[in-house]
Ligand binder design. Structure first.
Ligand SMILES: *Cc1c(COP(=O)(O)O)cnc(C)c1O
Length: 413
């Protein structure tokens, strides 16, 4: 085989995989044209052998990077011992995991599920039941206050309170019981709360919305309002939590403790779907045998991986890395503000960039970054969000910044 035919057959592999996927997998995503085959740390390799810096990190499911040795070792060990029991029986992994996650969150109890959407659903069910059993809300009247621009998952109930038409059109009838207010508007939130209100559900930073950081003090005001009105504060930390924002939870930035933490994504270490909610007895004790469950939730493999994730977060090293790398990224990107960027929002190693209208769209920027060996994802229209793994190096961050500079110079030319 000549080197020319080798190059051709390699380049052909990407096209083949894309064609096969497009032919047989439903078109619910619009992926960038890259077919990944391997990943280690912050870097992935495609089927043609080209390497990319992964600056999406599975929407923060890969906070610890691809194939972190500690997580892989723990997963391999458990894989050979016991993977699934169902909750019809106890297993020897769930108790220690639950204890560790309860300690990390400072809560009495956890309820394990699998996907993030299931954990959000769990928080909604728990809040409603708490409303009826504890607060004394009239039967079937419970209301939950949610934010404009939210993203909480894809179930029928969750999309019922999304204001993103892409996510909602064609899925009616929608689940009632939700009231939407502008993100960051405490007066509107106060006006939306009445005696039927059981919970305020919010992301402490809106991830899919474009890494939208609320006004300083907002989370503290929400906490105070919820306490005053006897409403549960439910923080969806599925994407913002577990180190991404430079603290264990994004609520920590304002010293706020919600009544319910909703966790997922990085809790599974990028290996396995693991989600959970965490709350105190006065809230989570409303759940009784048979009232909620999951075949896979709390299984030994999930619990072993989740436990290792919690142990890794307890050292604080990943939170510290997010702060350090985020500052480096912010300094590197600053010269582009006014030079192709309208704004850069950053908290920890989590960044939303608004591309100046007319320079390029978010999608065009991610396509150009791909050519530079950087994987990123647009949020809405003009926004690109960055969430490199927290195991990225200073050099990796510099690589990302240089790629952005090259790309933006091309668009401005
Ligand atoms: C990703 C995400 C979810 C949904 O998680 P899935 O595992 O995709 O169901 C919910 N809330 C937030 C804030 C998320 O980022």
């Amino acid at each position: 085989m000549t080197s020319t035919t080798t190059a051709q057959s390699l380049a052909g592999r990407t096209q083949q995989h894309i064609a096969l996927t497009e032919q047989y997998a439903a078109h619910n995503y619009h992926p960038l044209p890259v077919v990944l085959a391997e990943g280690h740390g912050a870097w992935v390799t495609d089927v043609d052998g080209k390497r990319y810096l992964d600056c999406l990190a599975g929407y923060s499911a890969l906070n610890f990077g691809h194939g972190h040795p500690r997580l892989l070792a723990r997963a391999h060990e458990q894989l050979d011992k016991l993977t699934l029991t169902s909750r019809a029986f106890f297993n020897d992994q769930l108790g220690p995991f639950a204890q560790a996650l309860a300690e990390l969150t400072g809560k009495d109890l956890i309820l394990p599920m699998n996907s993030g959407a299931e954990a959000v659903e769990t928080s909604i069910k728990v809040s409603r039941r708490w409303g009826y059993d504890v607060k004394g809300v009239a039967e079937a009247q419970a209301s939950i206050v949610v934010m404009e621009g939210n993203f909480h998952g894809r179930t029928t109930t969750i999309v019922s309170f999304s204001n993103d038409s892409d996510a909602t059109v064609g899925y009616a009838p929608y689940t009632p019981g939700f009231r939407m207010v502008p993100y960051g508007d405490i007066a509107a939130m106060r006006a939306a709360i009445d005696e039927t209100t059981v919970a305020v559900l919010l992301e402490p930073i809106q991830g899919e919305g474009g890494v939208i950081i609320p006004p300083e003090g907002f989370l503290r005001e929400v906490r105070a309002l919820c306490t005053e009105t006897n409403v549960l504060m439910v923080a969806d930390e599925i994407q913002s939590g577990l180190g991404r924002s430079g603290t264990t939870f994004a609520c920590d930035h304002e010293g706020v403790v919600p009544d319910i933490y909703v966790l997922g994504k990085a809790l599974g270490g990028g290996i396995y779907p693991v989600s959970a909610i965490a709350a105190d007895h006065d809230v989570l004790d409303v759940i009784t045998p048979g009232s909620h469950g999951s075949t896979f939730g709390g299984n030994p493999l999930a619990a072993a991986i989740g436990h290792e994730v919690v142990a890794m977060l307890q050292t604080g090293e990943f939170q510290a890395a997010a702060v350090r790398l985020g500052e480096r990224l912010e300094a590197g990107l600053a010269p582009l503000v006014g030079n192709g960027f309208d704004a850069v929002r950053i908290r920890g190693l989590w960044c939303g960039i608004d591309i100046t209208d007319g320079v390029a769209t978010g999608r065009q920027v991610t396509e150009a970054l791909l050519q530079q060996g950087v994987l990123a994802k647009e949020a809405h229209g003009q926004t690109v969000r960055l969430a490199p793994p927290l195991v990225a190096t200073d050099d990796d961050i510099d690589t990302l910044v240089e790629a952005f500079k090259t790309v933006m110079a091309e668009f401005r030319a």
